[in-house]
Design a binder for this molecule. Structure first.
Ligand SMILES: Nc1ncnc2c1ncn2[C@@H]1O[C@H](COP(=O)(O)OP(=O)(O)OP(=O)(O)O)[C@@H](O)[C@H]1O
Ligand SMILES: [Mg+2]
Length: 311
């Protein structure tokens, strides 16, 4: 591996999250006003949260993505910079709207409303080749929210690997429910990071053990996030499960919200692999990063340091 300036380059989504907690399960229309418990404006987007989590864990991180030249875009870039993430490769698209998400949180469940704005125009071509060559690991987030980028992932990952980098992908949800387009991508993806529902959908089966075997057979290593149950992967054809610590151990108040827990998990797994930890220990660190991130509202406020994640 050549000298690299960045341990991690994240290519993907960044947007403000407006998190409203304590909303009624079915808000009434008809101009009714509901009073809720809390409202928070925080940095969101799977890619942005993973980038911040990795920076918090001590990695040198760059983020490449696309925002509009609006207040939401300025908020996102400022939040990333303040957490030590290099955003010099981000595209600021004149006249475009930055993606925006409203999350109605209800305990550990939530409804997510996303206006994608210019997210759909993010492409592999937005990533300067020089930057790709300077990164030791390349992570792509939210495959199904960025159709242009999705088309370019094979080329991006091939180029990353040709330069000696490793690769990972977090599909996140597919709003269309089709779960297509990964055939060429999986063999180029060192680590696939779906949650349980996403793993089943991508593999097209109903049993998680079968899903991880199926995904491994397609040429990637799946590491599946199972919420409060922890995580699961496959080693030498055998499933390996790592439990999550009880939620109360996440901190004084236990779980505040699980927004971005999966993205913080991704950061932990990438950091542990970069530091050469064995598979089981890497999963333990990733699970700790996911669980610790639930201590505060939003994705990034409670992300742990390396010391916290490994103690
Ligand atoms: N209720 C919980 N209690 C303890 N840990 C949790 C809880 N929910 C999530 N976690 C931790 O966070 C990790 C990732 O969670 P999850 O399975 O929710 O990912 P995800 O669905 O990809 O999340 P995201 O919404 O960020 O995409 C889990 O592996 C676990 O370590
Ligand atoms: Mg996820």
């Amino acid at each position: 591996m050549a000298f690299t300036d960045f341990d991690l380059l994240v290519v993907g989504d960044a947007n403000p999250d407006v998190i409203v907690s304590g909303a009624p399960r079915r808000p009434a229309f008809g101009q009714r006003e509901h009073l809720v418990d809390t409202g928070d404006l925080v940095l969101g987007g799977s890619g942005a949260i993973t980038a911040c989590g990795a920076a918090r864990l001590g990695l040198r991180v760059a983020f490449a993505g696309r925002v509009g030249d609006d207040p939401a875009g300025a908020f996102v870039l400022d939040a990333l910079r303040r957490r030590g993430v290099d955003v010099s490769a981000c595209v600021v698209e004149p006249g475009a709207a930055t993606a925006l998400t409203v999350i109605l949180a209800d305990g550990q469940d939530r409804a997510i409303l996303t206006a994608p704005g210019c997210l759909g125009r993010t492409s592999a071509g937005d990533v300067p080749p020089g930057l790709l060559a300077r990164a030791a690991h390349v992570h792509v987030s939210s495959f199904y929210l960025q159709p242009l980028l999705a088309e370019g992932v094979p080329e991006l990952f091939r180029a990353a690997r040709a330069g000696g980098a490793t690769t990972s992908l977090d599909t996140n949800d597919d709003p269309s429910g089709r779960w297509e387009g990964l055939g060429e991508v999986l063999p180029l993806t060192d680590v696939l990071l779906p949650n349980e529902r996403e793993a089943l959908a991508v593999a097209g089966v109903e049993d998680l053990g079968r899903a991880v075997r199926e995904l491994a057979a397609r040429g990637t290593t799946p590491v599946v996030k199972c919420g409060a149950e922890g995580a699961m992967t496959i080693v030498d054809g055998e499933p390996l499960r790592v439990p999550a610590p009880p939620a109360k151990d996440a901190g004084e108040g236990g779980v505040v919200d699980t927004v971005g827990a999966g993205d913080s998990f991704d950061a932990g797994l990438i950091a542990a692999r970069r530091r050469g930890l064995p598979v089981r220990r890497s999963l333990e660190v990733a699970v700790a990063c996911g669980t610790l991130s639930t201590r505060a509202a939003g994705g990034t406020a409670a992300q742990p340091t390396w010391e916290e994640a490994t103690s």
